[in-house]
Write a protein that binds this ligand. Sequence first.
Ligand SMILES: Cc1cc2nc3c(=O)[nH]c(=O)nc-3n(C[C@H](O)[C@H](O)[C@H](O)COP(=O)(O)O)c2cc1C
Length: 319
Amino acid sequence: MIYLAPMQGLTEVLFRKAHYKVFGNAIDVAVSPFVSLTHGDLSLAHKKIKDILPENNNNSIAVVPQILGREIPEFIDLANRLYQIGYTEINWNIGCPVSKVAHKKRGSGILPYPADVENILSKVVPNISASLSIKMRLGYETPTDIDKLIPILNNFPLKSITIHPRIGIQMYDGELDLDTFANSIAKLNHHIIFNGDIKTLHHYKHICRMFPSISDVMIGRGILANPLLASEIKGHTFENKQSVYLDFVRSLFEEIEHNPMPEISKMRKTKEYWQYFSQHFILDNSDIRKVLLSETLAETQNNILTLLSDPTVGALHSL
Ligand SMILES: Cc1cc2nc3c(=O)[nH]c(=O)nc-3n(C[C@H](O)[C@H](O)[C@H](O)COP(=O)(O)O)c2cc1C
């Protein structure tokens, strides 16, 4: 199975719909960007909840809602409300590396505190109707954090554990610690999903060869840079990859246009996606900047479409 990684402001419903429209079921499941238990009133009208409401996710990739936080009553309440609207799996984020989150023992900041993890799981798991899965890192400041967590995690009936083999303070860069990952999955009695740095079919095959027990992967930045990647992993070949890429970009722009957010936010969002698209192509820095300096949404979109339509534009990896 291929999971779409949760990425705040990026893999939200408009991206999921655009991807589904062009690539169908190439991605099996998307874990939603997190809903934080400290985001105030978490009613169905909340922006983050709207993103996962089933009625807003028709013709899109199947979603598993993700929760970030350590507030037990709020966790149980939100998980059970999500269950009532149809979500039979909830994902708990204990991997977020952002320091203002981690410093409050949330996200990856809870990983050095196994007793806290155990306490939360022991109260949440028996009191929610949905099954719980976890998305985590190896630790916060050290990859040895996971050693103390393994026996605890093994004591609970979890649906799966997605592991990003870095520690919190690395953020999203630096080496993946594949040795600690290998040692950890050998001791975990849960279904494991691998997440981290899969950017090409070649990377995917490499991970499968290294970890034959892994059948599921989660991909974030790789799919943002190359939306064709999930289909390629599933064995689909495209005659004209550049034109399929453009179909996807147009479909994403349509979703952005139809979204009720202010024009300036649409432009900013388009530029955020551009940061990923532009990594996939061989472009001059001046061309990349030209998009970033565009002053309107229409100009931003036109500049992107013009650059990516150029038949001479090369792709870094597989186009
Ligand atoms: C901008 C950004 C936002 C992210 N938001 C979330 C999030 O809401 N929840 C989460 O579990 N991980 C989040 N992540 C981490 C990704 O889900 C993923 O674990 C990470 O990007 C590594 O996978 P990749 O190399 O395939 O991108 C985010 C990462 C980035 C770069």
